[in-house]
Design a protein around this ligand. Sequence first.
Ligand code: NJP
Length: 237
Amino acid sequence: KNQTAIITGASRGIGKEMARQFAEKGVNLSILGSSDDIHQTKKELENEGYTNIESFQADVTKEDELDHVVEATKNAYGTVDILVNNAGIGMFKPVEEVTVEEWRKVYEVNVQGVFLCSKAVIPTMKQNKFGTIITVSSDVGRYTIPNGSLYASTKYAVQGFMGSISQELREYGIRVGTINPGMVDTYFADSKQGLPEKEDWLKVQDIAEAAVYMASAPKHMMIDELQLHPLVQDYPR
Ligand code: NJP
């Protein structure tokens, strides 16, 4: 039977390519984004010939919207097997320039979003005694960078959250893993995808392949973490 995945932040960037690659593997999809661009992504993928895609304009910080996505996904496909927590926002500036509103917003999306999306699918996965939860964290969830006090600290929080739920959920047959990418060519942090100066960066395809690898590993195998970075980027080890 084909598996069913919910992918957050699939309007563009990494999440959109993940949707394409999961669809290519025959996975039923619910894709979500906070803007109505998400419906455009569904149309694009359908124009490429992919089927079984539901799109939802939903915000990962809003519990009621996520509950609706999970219910609608179960009505459409019967269950949820895979959650990819991909939605996230980047903001890099000297610590004293970060406003409390920015702090709250980035924490809400990057940390609370991962919590709420995971919480929304876990009862179903526990019932099934099967599931995979993948979160796109960051290399800066493992080491710090200047101007990263806000962003890096959210990703450190994500590592702590994922580690804890991994230990909690293992006995229910639920696998939990994080992907820690280095620099990826996307729209991240107000950038544009495809800029010539990012030619040597990781591509969305690289990260999507990592997610497919994690989700399609045999049932007895757990991939805790994949750390990927472009050859042109080095970091402390
Ligand atoms: O970024 P971008 P990426 N609720 O901006 C959605 C991590 N990462 O693909 O809401 C629901 O192209 C937004 O859609 P919309 C990063 O931290 C990246 O690079 O409709 N969705 C869009 O589809 C993040 O966790 C790099 O505007 C929400 C998507 O999120 C993940 O990779 C390095 C939302 C963002 O697409 C994907 O980011 C690294 C909300 N509240 C980690 N807010 C990198 N690119 O270099 C936003 O280490 N979205």
